[in-house]
Design a protein around this ligand. Structure first.
Ligand code: ISE
Length: 335
């Protein structure tokens, strides 16, 4: 059985996912595409032998679609996920579930009302071998219990224009998700500390930022987030454990020595750094749909918790003080 995927949003990530689903993932094909830039959707549809349609509802309602990938700009995710759930579709929703907590909650309520999980979140780092390796170190023979986590996350330049709140809901949202997964722990508090902005930071915005969190276990987490780093896209993570430390971040990039210089290329975008993780995520989604097995990866609940945490971080950005992260009770659907 081949899963026919409809794609909403054919920007950077939507195009990359659509090509992967059509050409590399086994068991899937791409049949219908929508983008607000209709010419862009039409060009990709031509390339993939799919059909471009004029509205996102056309994707969701198409008879030619078994599952829908939501890769539109962040602010549309919740509305499109709700429409997909109302039509009983299986959905892969890019992060964030929504930038605003109330919108994410509406999606949770709709999925709980269906009584069945339909949403997998596009938190691809859960499919990156680097993080899996790190997590595997938290043993008595490895680094022991994780006590402090240091993340670094840079973008070469602000992908959608810089707004410090977006840094939390669009970028650090990855750390908000992967740290919970890594430590099997929820957040107790979050604080955001703004220092000296770089000369390229627009007036009134704060960049880089330090996000400091305390987990419910007491473990500490720190994220250095720099959207306008100028030099490239970099993601690394170091964990200090009770009997050692482990560092992830060199990826599989080649170290090259040439003309008296030894070094590595730093990618400009996340697509190359996480290409393998994106692919494994899509394959896992398609495999689960084909076998009618449980959805892998992050759930809508994980997306909701990441959004709650990001919203607390935005509040913390205003106050400069630690903000408590209070989570509602998790519905049984997500146990
Ligand atoms: C960007 O918006 C993304 O979607 C990427 O997943 C993330 O890694 C990057 O830092 C964001 O700016």
């Amino acid at each position: 059985m081949t899963i026919r995927v409809g794609v909403i949003g054919t920007g950077n990530i939507g195009t990359s996912h659509a090509r992967d689903l059509a050409m590399r993932v086994s068991g899937s094909t791409v049949t219908v595409l929508y983008d607000f830039d209709q010419a862009r959707a039409a060009a990709l549809a031509d390339e993939l032998g799919a059909t471009a349609v004029p509205t996102f509802e056309d994707v969701i309602e198409s008879d030619d679609v078994d599952a829908v990938l939501i890769a539109s700009p962040d602010d549309f995710h919740a509305e499109q996920a709700l429409a997909g759930l109302a039509a009983g579709r299986q959905l892969l929703c890019e992060k964030p579930l929504a930038p605003v907590e109330a919108d994410a909650l509406r999606v949770i309520e709709a999925e709980v009302a269906l009584g069945q999980r339909h949403i997998m979140m596009g938190f691809m780092r859960r499919f990156d071998p680097g993080y899996a390796e790190l997590k595997a170190q938290f043993t008595d023979e490895g680094i022991g219990e994780p006590l402090i986590v240091h993340h670094l996350h840079t973008n070469q330049s602000a992908p959608y224009g810089l707004a410090s709140a977006r840094t939390m809901t669009n970028m650090v949202i990855h750390e908000f998700d992967i740290t919970r997964w890594l430590l099997d722990d929820d957040y107790a508090s979050v604080q955001v500390i703004a220092g000296r902005p770089g000369p390229q930071t627009p007036e009134g915005e704060l960049d880089p930022l330090l996000v400091v969190m305390r987990m419910q276990s007491g473990a500490l987490v720190e994220v250095e987030a720099f959207v306008n780093s100028q030099y490239g896209y970099e993601v690394s993570c170091r964990v200090t454990g009770s009997r050692g430390g482990a560092q992830m971040g060199e990826g599989s990039f080649i170290t090259r020595s040439v003309a008296g210089v030894r070094g590595q290329d730093v990618p400009e975008l996340w697509l190359s750094r996480f290409a393998g993780a994106y692919h494994r995520q899509l394959q896992a989604w398609i495999d689960a749909l084909r076998s009618a097995g449980p959805l892998p990866g992050a759930s809508a609940w994980d997306g909701y918790v990441a959004t709650i945490t990001a919203n607390c971080a935005v509040a913390a950005l205003d106050s400069g003080l630690p903000v408590e992260v209070a989570l509602p009770l998790r519905p049984a659907l997500y146990d």
